[in-house]
Ligand binder design. Structure first.
Ligand SMILES: Cc1cc2nc3c(=O)[nH]c(=O)nc-3n(C[C@H](O)[C@H](O)[C@H](O)COP(=O)(O)OP(=O)(O)OC[C@H]3O[C@@H](n4cnc5c(N)ncnc54)[C@H](O)[C@@H]3O)c2cc1C
Length: 415
């Protein structure tokens, strides 16, 4: 397709990746972001190998390798720290590219630096999307500026990558309402602590009532400590399947309190990790309800389409939030390259990505891979001597393989 004039709303992980992928094909990109200053925010995030491959193709390989932890294994454990399943990840798991555990801010900064270096990417911070209007020639897009002014410009294509509270999605689906909550609260923190399990392992311990997810997001320092990211999940209401409205609007900067966590996790002292001390020594804790949205019947609206969390917000289970946004960006760029007509390209992008991401949303509502924690919890709530005495390991393996197939991350797919 010939060079297009493209607007993207949202300079998050998905919007920035789309800008890089589309600019590389010769398109001109204007990237609008509501924040006045684009800052390195958040805590830990995981990027699966097939998304790392996309970022490497876009020239970020070295920058990511320098600051991320190359994840070697994902371990599932019960609330006593006993291993249930160990899944090798990234290169160790036979993939052609690594899986990375990384500070979201570091990933965001790497993407932002790359975008700033591209001649045909213009960044417009302090621009909040208010409306779009698709017509026969393209799409008019309106933004309110931080100085109070309103601007409207015309583009060939408009991509809304404006996150879980997408203004474009709300315009297209005005009756959708707030995100859906499953009754789980998540507290996310980072702590400098001694490395565990070889300094490159991600662990999910517990069950659907209380779960502790923990992984390092920086390489070990000279003093032997490592920045460890953790997420403590507690079920505070019964909303399994996502039927509740969250108690508060989620924000990545709502502070969390240690006192809310210790009654549940105070006794979780494993021989490889001291959970209460990780919690009490955290440098920062944020609180966040586990929310998602129902899959949509359509993303495209004329010359507008949705991407990333705007299109398919999902529970942060299975390391798919950032990964799927990155894969959207790649699929959209591929579609634009393969089709001469813009609307055909948007339809082709959606035909590939919408069913796949909808399936992940649905699988995550049923706990995703974490369902194996519940299977073992139900079979042996007080722990076990030998795992095979309480559950058939082949049953666990079958669940893992099914989820991985649905999320598209079998080793053979990464070339
Ligand atoms: C500040 C922040 C911190 C996060 N921290 C973590 C974390 O620690 N761990 C984790 O797993 N996930 C985190 N996430 C979520 C994670 O980044 C996403 O789930 C995933 O990467 C998908 O990316 P996305 O680009 O679709 O959405 P996001 O990364 O959420 O990006 C959306 C972008 O759109 C901007 N935006 C919103 N509304 C408008 C508007 N009307 N007009 C213009 N721009 C708009 C937002 O400011 C944001 O920059 C965080 C998201 C944000 C915004």
């Amino acid at each position: 397709m010939k060079s297009q004039n493209i607007a993207i709303a949202g300079a998050g992980i998905g919007g920035l990746t789309a800008a890089l992928a589309l600019e590389r094909l010769g398109h001109r990109i204007t990237l609008f972001e509501s924040a006045n200053e684009i800052k390195a925010l958040g805590v830990g995030i995981n990027v699966l190998p097939h998304a790392v491959a996309v970022l490497s193709e876009l020239g970020l390989g070295e920058a990511l390798a320098a600051c991320a932890v190359e994840t070697e294994a994902l371990v599932f454990a019960n609330k006593f720290g006993q291993t249930i399943y160990r899944d090798l990840r990234g290169i160790a798991g036979g993939y052609a590219t690594p899986q990375y555990s990384i500070h979201r801010g570091a990933l965001h900064t790497a993407l932002l630096d790359a975008a700033r270096a591209r001649a045909n990417v213009q960044l417009r911070p302090g621009s909040r999307l208010t409306r779009y209007e698709s017509n026969d020639h393209g799409c008019n897009v309106s933004f309110s500026r931080s100085d109070g002014t309103l601007t409207t410009d015309s583009f060939d294509l408009f991509i809304a990558a404006d996150g879980i509270h997408s203004a474009a999605r709300a315009q297209r689906y005005p009756n959708e309402g707030p995100p859906k909550w499953n009754g789980m609260m998540m507290w996310r923190g980072t702590t400098l602590a001694k490395p565990f399990m070889g300094a490159r392992t991600m662990v999910q311990a517990g069950n659907k009532y209380a779960k502790f997810v923990v992984y390092p997001i920086e390489k070990p320092r000279d003093d032997g400590l490592q920045l460890i990211n953790w997420i403590a999940d507690i079920r505070v209401a019964d909303g399994i399947g996502g039927v509740l409205t969250a108690p508060s609007r989620e924000s990545w900067s709502t502070p969390g309190r240690v006192e809310d966590l210790l009654p549940t996790f105070g006794s979780w002292r494993f021989d490889w990790l001291d959970v209460p001390s990780l919690i009490t020594q955290a440098t920062q804790i944020f609180e966040w309800p586990m929310v998602d949205r129902d899959p949509l019947p359509q993303w495209q609206d004329g010359n507008m389409t949705l991407l990333g969390d705007a299109a398919h917000p999902m529970y942060p289970i299975g390391s798919n939030g950032a990964t799927q946004a990155i894969l959207d960006a790649r699929a959209l760029a591929d579609s634009l390259e393969q089709h001469a007509n813009l609307r055909d390209a948007l339809a082709a992008y959606e035909a590939v990505r919408r069913p796949m991401t909808a399936e992940i949303v649905r699988m995550n509502r049923q706990e995703g891979l974490d369902i194996i924690l519940d299977m073992v919890h139900e079979a042996s709530p007080s722990g076990f001597e030998r795992l095979q005495d309480v559950i058939d390991p082949a049953e666990i393996d079958a669940v893992v393989q099914r989820y991985k197939r649905a999320a598209g991350h079998q080793p053979t797919k990464v070339t």
